[in-house]
Design a protein around this ligand. Structure first.
Ligand code: SF4
Length: 224
């Protein structure tokens, strides 16, 4: 290595003496050294949350108590996306914590995972008054943040819970009964829609179909 450096210095000296011989005694030096571009750092969920801030991008901010951003593992292989916060979620600021949430926890555990291992979010982050359905302008305002969360987490599979989640993610108006249990794709991520746990509480006879959908998800998670 030393030898190489000595050789370089010797070459440089010869070159400078050559320039001197040509009458060139000064060398131009750039008066502005361009700054190195900062390394492109990957976006994190904290960045997305910061950008969302105290969001007032749609009318739901007027009636919500808390923004329910989503929670779970930032590196989750499986992501659940529901419709929107209900009363308990609005109070606690966490997704799926009411009765439907307890059922979702059981559904997750049925495929030997825990809530901490997956990521749980909703199509909209603020509770609609009286739990009414989210309106198109609200979904449109909120969706970019969910998409950023999905891009940060890059799960292998998204389980879309219920009509609004499946229809929004898959940009379709096909009914959940026709969508459920089938495999779709969103930005290279597998999407399997199934019934929303709140629907299962009202229609317990449909639980079997959800267990079937979860088995498919479990198999997909096992495959490389
Ligand atoms: S629902 Fe989404 S877009 Fe609307 S105020 Fe809440 S966080 Fe903002």
């Amino acid at each position: 290595m030393d030898e190489n450096i000595n050789e370089l210095i010797s070459d440089l000296r010869t070159y400078l003496e050559y320039l001197k011989g040509m009458g060139i005694t000064t060398l131009p030096v750039a008066d502005h050294v361009p700054e190195k571009a900062p390394p492109s750092e990957a976006l994190t969920l904290a960045d997305v949350k910061k950008e969302l801030g105290d969001c007032k991008r749609c009318k739901l901010h007027r009636t919500r108590k808390t923004i329910v951003f989503g929670e779970g593992n930032e590196g989750a292989r499986l992501m659940f996306i529901g419709e929107g916060p209900g009363y308990d979620e609005d109070v606690q600021g966490r997704p799926f914590v009411g009765r439907a949430g307890q059922l979702l926890t059981k559904i997750i555990e049925s495929i030997n995972l825990s809530r901490e291992e997956v990521y749980i979010a909703n199509i909209i982050k603020c509770r609609p008054p009286q739990n009414r359905n989210p309106e198109p302008d609200e979904i449109e305002s909120c969706n970019p943040f969910l998409m950023k969360q999905i891009r940060v987490i890059q799960p292998g599979i998204i389980c879309a819970l219920g009509t609004f989640s499946a229809q929004t993610l898959l940009k379709t108006d096909t009914k959940i009964t026709a969508l459920r249990g089938k495999l779709y794709e969103l930005e290279g991520i597998k999407v399997i829609p199934t019934y929303h746990p709140a629907f299962l509480l009202r229609n317990p006879e449909r639980k079997r179909e959800v267990w079937e959908d979860m088995k498919k998800i479990e198999e997909l998670l096992r495959s490389p």
